[in-house]
Design a protein around this ligand. Structure first.
Ligand SMILES: [Zn+2]
Length: 494
């Protein structure tokens, strides 16, 4: 249940405009309202636009606990139009029945059959090279062009600004105070989730709050009719102008602009959908400038940095932009859905896209039949991280193991096991590109409703039980558990 205080605060946050949805939860007497941005990576929301005239998205209903009628059906995957499928199924050369192709009939299998120089004067025939079978791959044609790097160094400059109508000194904070929770935690989380592949670094400008030329209210973050792209761009350019050319942004991939904790008018975080050029000539591609509002600061919400930077790397929002509640599609799995979910580590689907997981770490089941796989928990390096089962031109059933390790150390017990979900590479932010399959729909789950309770116990856990039918032509059964690994049987009949 949401407290009255929380409801009040949430209601106050339901301001139209800006590509953001308010998310609220409460802890004791405190209520946190966190707004996460909609940076549209695949299927842009019309109002999340670069147009200077068009306001940012205005969700008609921002937060609702009701499930829209069309979500009653179990995660439908659109029937693809063969003429309009951006990610056609790859030609599969891998057979699930005979994974090792037989030797060619002319390949000498017995050395005694091979004529030698000693036994004959006939030239030794060149053996026909044994073809190396191409492993099946299901990897969609993700396009990360212009996105922030997801492996190796990713450097984000952090500027603090304040305003004539809201000077920093009225809050009694220093830039060091505000930077302290961001100093290592977002980087450590990324290092953990990426198995050490992403080296995230914030480069803060701590010498001062850079004074904006205009009042905080002038930028329109909290306007009833929404902040426009023009206003957001002006905010960013004013901040950069305040810094001037005293700082070189060379080598910086992402720009963060933050306001003091308590600047009421800067009430949400947002990523900017246009390219930006800094005074020193450095350029930031669309989506790589992020402005942080008050949602950055409530205790524990530094993960907002990881969520927003996830967009800069190309990840979509997993919560719905339409009614149904923020936890509708993925519950508390993956922080691109709920920043503070009980199992916030990114889906294997996302890790695959970011190249934290390689094709070889994913078992592709692209042909019908029964196959057996060993899955190791998503939170730790090594082993097979996911099974990808294409079921149509853009849709997949995915399986991965969730445990209480690493980034998911606070997961509820019911949130562990073999997590099944659908993905659709043709869907973008807010449209449910990832949808968790609840293998226990009759139970109430774990955690609060706001934190995705109903889906939080979605994983399959019954070792040796009956196959779970996804109703998408894929049945999944756990046939064993060895240490942290699960042995999973997949029956594909698509
Ligand atoms: Zn977001």
């Amino acid at each position: 249940m949401r407290s009255a205080l929380c409801s009040s605060i949430l209601a106050s946050a339901l301001l139209p405009g800006v590509s953001a949805l308010p998310l609220a939860h409460h802890d004791g007497d405190s209520c946190y309202v966190v707004v996460t941005t909609h940076y549209v990576t695949v299927d842009p929301v019309p109002t999340h636009t670069s147009s200077d005239e068009t306001p940012y998205p205005l969700p008609t209903v921002i937060h609702s606990t009701s499930v829209p009628p069309d979500s009653e059906t179990p995660y439908p995957i659109p029937t693809p139009d063969p003429d309009d499928t951006p990610y056609p199924l790859p030609t599969v050369t891998h057979s699930t029945e005979t994974s090792i192709p037989p030797y060619p009939t002319d390949h000498p299998t017995d050395p005694t059959d091979v004529p030698t120089d000693e036994s004959t004067s006939e030239p030794v025939p060149e053996p026909t090279p044994t073809p190396t079978p191409e492993p099946a791959t299901c990897r969609p044609a993700w396009d990360n062009t212009g996105k922030a790097p997801s492996t190796g160094p990713l450097r984000a400059a952090l500027i603090f600004v304040d305003f004539p109508d809201s000077p920093a000194d009225q809050f009694g904070q220093s830039t060091e105070d505000l930077y302290a929770p961001l100093k290592s935690q977002p980087a450590d989380l990324y290092s953990q989730m990426s198995y050490g592949k992403l080296e995230f670094e914030i480069v803060p400008l701590l010498d001062q709050f850079y004074r904006m030329p205009n009042d905080s209210v002038s930028y329109g973050f909290a306007d009833d009719d929404g902040m426009t792209g023009e206003e957001h761009g002006r905010y960013i350019n004013d901040a950069l102008a305040a810094v001037g050319d005293s700082f070189s942004f060379q080598g910086i991939d992402v720009l963060f602009i933050a306001s003091p904790n308590g600047t009421e008018e800067i009430n949400r975080s947002a990523s900017y959908s246009n390219a930006v050029t800094a005074p020193d000539g450095s350029e930031f591609t669309a989506g790589n400038v992020i402005t942080y509002g008050n949602d950055l600061y409530p205790e524990g919400e530094w993960q907002t940095v990881n969520h927003e930077t996830g967009h800069a790397m190309g990840l979509p929002d997993l919560y719905p932009y339409s009614p149904g509640g923020n936890a509708l599609f993925v519950g508390g799995f993956d922080m691109m859905g709920l920043v503070w979910g009980q199992s916030p580590d990114l889906f294997a689907w996302h890790k695959w896209r970011l190249n934290w997981i390689e094709d070889g770490d994913v078992n592709c089941v692209a042909e019908n039949g029964v196959t057996t796989h060993r899955l190791s928990p998503i939170e730790v390096a090594g082993g097979t991280k996911a099974i990808a089962i294409p079921v149509n031109a853009t849709g997949y059933v995915m399986a991965e193991v969730r445990s209480k390790q690493g980034a998911n150390s606070e997961a509820c017990d019911e949130g562990t096991g073999v997590l099944l979900y659908t993905t659709d590479s043709a869907l973008g932010s807010g449209d449910g590109p990832v949808r968790v399959i609840d293998t226990k729909p009759e139970t109430s789950g774990c955690g609060s409703e706001d934190n995705g309770a109903l889906l939080n116990d979605a994983p399959l856990t019954d070792v040796g039980g009956e196959p779970f039918d996804t109703e998408l032509g894929v049945k999944i059964r756990i046939v064993g558990q060895e240490g942290d690994d699960y042995i999973v049987e997949v029956e594909r009949e698509v």
